[in-house]
Each structure stands twice: as C-alpha cells, then as structure tokens.
Design a protein around this ligand. Structure first.
Ligand SMILES: *[C@@H]1O[C@H](CO)[C@@H](O)[C@H](O)[C@H]1NC(C)=O
Ligand SMILES: *[C@@H]1O[C@H](CO)[C@@H](O)[C@H](O)[C@H]1NC(C)=O
Length: 268
C-alpha cells in the first residue's frame, strides 16, 4: 500500500515536472527573437557576388525533399524543378514513404516502432527530414517552396533553420552538416515527444512539427557554443525579396498557419 502511494506520488511529480518544464520553455519561446544567432542581411552575399566563392562551404551539396511516392502532384512540379534546375551540381534525394521506412529500418532501427506508430502521415514526413539531415547533412526544402537563387551561401553555416513570425522556427527549410549536434538532439528527442494532445494539429505540431522543433531548439540554445550554434535565417531573407532564397507556392503550408494560430491564442 505504502509503496503504491510512493509510486503514485513519484509518477505525478514526474508528469508535473515534465509539464512545468514544457510550459516554461513554451513561454520563453514567446520572447525569443533569435537575434543572437540571426544570419543578417549583410552576411549574405548577393546572388552573383564573388564573395560566395571565397567562403568555405561545409554543408554537403544535397537537397532533400519528401513526398508519398514518386508521383509529385502537378502544382509542386514547378517549385521542385526550380530547385533542381538551379543546382545541377547538387545531389537530389526524394524521400518517398517507402525509401523513408527503409532508411529508418536500416540506420535507426531503435526508432522504427515509433516511426511506424505515428498516427498521422505528416508526423513521418516531419521525422524523416530530421533523420536525413542528421545522417547525410544537406538542405531540406518543403515541396511547396521553390528556389529563387542558389543555396551556396547557406552552406557556409554548420546548421541553419528558418525563423517564423511571431515566434519559433519552422521545419520547412533547414540545412546542416552531417551529425550536427542540434539535429542529433532533435532525433534523440522525438520519442519523448511522441504524445497525444487531444487535437490532431496540436499533436502533430508538438510531437514532430515546428513547435516540437522550436522547443528543442530553445533548450539546445541554452547549452551550445561556437560552431555548435544553429544560425537563423530571418523572414526577409527567406522569401520576401528578389534576393531571398525561396519562393512560396500553394500547398501544405498548414503547419505555418497553425503555429501562428496557436501563438496568437497564447498571446491574446
Ligand atoms: C546572376 O547571374 C545570372 C546568370 O549569369 C543571371 O541570369 C541573373 O539575372 C543574375 N542575377 C542577379 C541578381 O544579378
Ligand atoms: C502516389 O500517391 C498518390 C496519393 O496517395 C496516389 O494517388 C498515386 O496513385 C500514387 N502513385 C503511385 C505510382 O503509386
């Protein structure tokens, strides 16, 4: 009986401390402006600048994308092709459902059960991008993002992610060297965050999506230094101007809209 009570209290303390820690991180995320790690406009050479050639490029020239199978829907062919055409010297990897599962089974067998167990296919699409970045390095780009200029300048940072407004980071475009400690931590964290939160979009956001990534990023930032830092591409450099890297096309940008909704609800 007494052992039961102790166990009960222990379990509750564990759950509570997990919740307090998560809520605390979520709150600090609201005031995080990423300015310490921002890739500033002045640090990005203009599209045809000779500066690009003179900077060391450490991220491998690989572009990763994901889709169910090889039959890319009509409306995403153009953005997909724009990235391929601009980067003939990059390796292109399309991670279909089948290839993704094979890859996890072979390289990360400890994760296969979680991977197969995800209730929503988008969770697998989220998870695989972290694993391939951790393994191969390279640049991941969502299929609904087209390329407007070559990615070369971004290959100079050991790892980069994209800032979203009003807060947090997104997982729609990111780059890293292989085995970067941030992405290792991200793949390590997936199992602990594999929880259900009543609403599908909160479950997806917080188990594998941008909210999950933002929380892990926020925790990681407190402990990383120098080359381990994750640099942050700010919204203007993302797709707003003629010198920005990407163009946005219609498609599954529901992640972004949901994140904004959640943060809007939190802030009001
Ligand atoms: C950069 O050079 C390419 C090919 O030489 C050209 O098509 C493009 O317009 C140039 N871009 C800018 C911004 O000058
Ligand atoms: C690819 O997936 C789509 C969407 O589920 C499906 O409609 C299509 O038939 C699939 N194509 C092939 C070749 O399996």
């Amino acid at each position: 009986m007494r052992r039961g009570v102790v166990l009960f209290i222990l379990v509750n303390v564990l759950i509570l401390s997990f919740l307090v820690r998560s809520v605390f991180t979520l709150l600090t995320l609201l005031v995080e402006d990423a300015s310490a790690d921002a890739i500033h406009r002045s640090d990005i050479p203009s599209p045809n600048s000779s500066l690009i050639e003179s900077r060391p490029q450490i991220i491998p020239k690989i572009i990763h994308q994901t889709y169910i199978n090889e039959s890319i829907p009509e409306h995403w062919i153009e953005p997909q092709q724009s990235c391929i055409n601009l980067h003939p010297d990059y390796e292109y990897k399309l991670w279909t459902n089948e290839k993704s599962r094979e890859f996890i089974a072979k390289e990360y067998p400890w994760f296969l059960e979680t991977f197969d167990g995800y209730r929503y296919p988008i969770q697998r699409a989220d998870a695989i991008r972290y694993f391939v970045l951790a393994y191969y390095g390279g640049t991941y780009i969502d299929l609904d993002d087209g390329c407007q200029r070559r990615l070369d300048p971004l290959l100079s940072y050991p790892a980069w992610v994209r800032r979203t407004k009003p807060t947090g980071i997104s997982n729609d475009a990111m780059g890293a060297v292989p085995q970067h400690p941030f992405f290792l931590r991200v793949v390590e964290s997936l199992q602990a965050y594999d929880k259900h939160w009543f609403l599908p979009y909160i479950t997806v956001m917080y188990s594998t999506g941008p909210l999950f990534l933002s929380v892990v990023w926020k925790e990681y930032m407190a402990e990383s230094f120098g080359m381990d830092r994750v640099r942050v591409l700010m919204p203007d450099e993302y797709n707003r101007f003629s010198w920005s890297f990407f163009t946005h096309h219609v498609g599954n940008s529901w992640h972004g809209a949901d994140a904004q909704l959640i943060f809007w609800v939190c802030q009001s």
